[in-house]
Design a binder for this molecule. Structure first.
Ligand code: IMP
Length: 197
């Protein structure tokens, strides 16, 4: 029997490999490149949920494939949930600069005693026109300085709770077991496996 095809609205090789291994070859996961979708899909909404839905709907409407898309935000309590939906472009609204983002975050928290934060990933799935949302959260704190060398983005300053280490110190293998994205992907995979999609 031919494998069902589904698009993951990304070209990020790491994300594609992660989900392909979790679905154990049950489905064929196509990237945006695989379906010749090369334009930038706008991420202009005010919530992670809407941004993920915009991307999944774009692919479903224009290319006719079932599709899922993700969006992630870092939500810092003392900053009222910021940078949240603006996590990727926190320092500069027009471009992504991970080092500048981290510097800005540390500066904003300089005098704050409550450094609690969480990473939240939302995945939107559109399957035969039906929309589903999945969420993965990891609670933690923002360290007072950058620590560790692995990972990307805010990993050197985000320490998941009960570890005393940043994601960049814990390393990719441990991070990928407990991260926000791993938890959201697990929810999605459980749904796809349970519903035999
Ligand atoms: P995206 O929605 O996966 O593109 O994530 C948005 C932004 O959140 C990225 O540009 C990163 O700055 C940040 N981010 C997402 N996931 C992680 C993570 O696992 N570690 C550190 N930063 C992350």
């Amino acid at each position: 029997m031919k494998k069902k095809k589904i698009v993951f609205a990304t070209n990020n090789a790491h994300k594609l490999a992660e989900i392909r291994s979790m679905l154990k070859g049950k489905m064929e996961i196509l990237s945006l490149r695989d379906i010749d979708c090369h334009g930038d899909i706008p991420e202009t909404a005010d919530t992670l949920e809407e941004n993920a839905l915009i991307k999944a709907r774009f692919v479903y409407t224009h290319y006719g494939y079932d599709c899922f898309a993700d969006d992630t935000g870092l939500e810092v309590k003392a900053l009222g949930g910021a940078p949240g939906v603006h996590t990727a472009r926190y320092a500069y609204p027009d471009r992504q600069d991970p080092e500048a983002n981290t510097r800005k975050l540390l500066a904003e928290l300089k005098d704050k005693t409550d450094r609690s934060a969480r990473f939240r990933t939302v995945i939107a799935l559109i399957e035969k026109g039906n929309e589903h949302l999945f969420e993965g959260v990891v609670e933690g704190i923002i360290a007072t300085e950058e620590r560790g060398t692995e990972g990307f983005g805010y990993d050197p300053v985000f320490a998941p709770e009960n570890t005393g280490k940043t994601f960049a110190e814990l390393g990719v293998e441990i991070k990928n077991r407990i991260s926000h994205r791993a938890r959201a992907v697990q929810q999605l995979c459980d749904f796809l496996n349970e519903n035999d999609l």
